[in-house]
Ligand binder design. Structure first.
Ligand code: ATP
Length: 233
């Protein structure tokens, strides 16, 4: 579904990605692991069109999307939940959700609004509250729900569990798995490497802008060097 071939992305003269290749097959969950500064966020931002690679190619459903902008990619079915959530704190929960569907004019928007509020009952309870008054976990749920309002085929999640309490982290992983089970393909960057690998089908490990390991998630979970470097033991 998504094919990233040898992308190199720069910040001015600094080369953050050095020829990264990865693939996400339809219906799967793929995770990207790596230490701080390895290039995970840069990879996500390059796929979602916020940054453009200097070299390499990105294709989605066999179409070259390398030069497309974020709004064009949302229309094609790629939605990003960025690091730090970026919800609109001065707008209500409902308005935030509606923003996720701003480009849609189909009649199903109302129905989808009900569907995401069924999935996240707390958002229905708080729909008239300002986004900024929600707890961290609720804001993350709102960010995910807003992305779902664009009806993505591929959902990109950048560190969704960051800064959340362990119980909420569990919730977030359960929700990501459910979203995948109901038909959305997922690419997820996580510092909680073990939990991410548990829900994922396949994983990539980045180090200083390069893919240094990849494999089925179950295999990475058992790999002794991965365990030592990323899984705590
Ligand atoms: P983290 O988990 O800390 O977000 P990461 O794996 O997502 O780390 P990136 O944020 O993608 O890593 O950063 C990759 C490299 O690019 C790092 O060396 C970082 O210092 C550099 N970098 C990131 N953003 C910028 C920027 N805006 N300007 C210059 N260099 C940057």
């Amino acid at each position: 579904m998504l094919k990233v071939q040898g992308i190199s992305t720069y910040y001015g003269k600094i080369q953050a990605l050095k020829g990264i290749s990865l693939e996400v097959k339809e219906g799967t969950i793929v995770t990207i692991l790596g230490a701080n500064g390895a290039g995970k966020t840069t990879t996500m931002n390059t796929i979602s069109g916020l940054l453009h690679p200097k070299e390499g190619k990105i294709s989605f459903q066999n179409e070259d999307i390398t030069k497309l902008e974020p709004f064009q990619l949302v229309r094609k079915g790629i939605a990003l939940v960025p690091e730090g959530r970026a919800i609109l704190t001065g707008m209500t929960v409902l308005e935030n959700l509606e923003m996720g569907a701003y480009h849609r004019n189909d009649k199903e928007v109302k129905q989808d609004l009900e569907m995401v509020m069924d999935r996240f009952p707390i958002l229905r309870e708080r729909k008239s509250q300002l986004g900024g008054t929600l707890s961290g976990g609720q804001q993350q749920m709102l960010a995910i729900a807003r992305a779902l309002m664009s009806k993505p085929k591929l959902l990109l999640l950048d560190e969704p569990s960051m800064g959340l309490a362990p119980l909420i982290v569990q919730d977030i992983f359960r929700i990501v798995k459910e979203i995948n089970t109901t038909g959305t393909t997922v690419l997820i960057v996580e510092q909680n490497a073990r939990q991410a690998l548990k829900i994922a089908d396949y994983g990539y490990v980045l180090e200083t802008g390069k893919v240094v390991a990849e494999g089925p998630a179950a295999q990475l979970l058992e790999d002794s060097s991965i365990k030592e470097a990323y899984l705590g033991h």
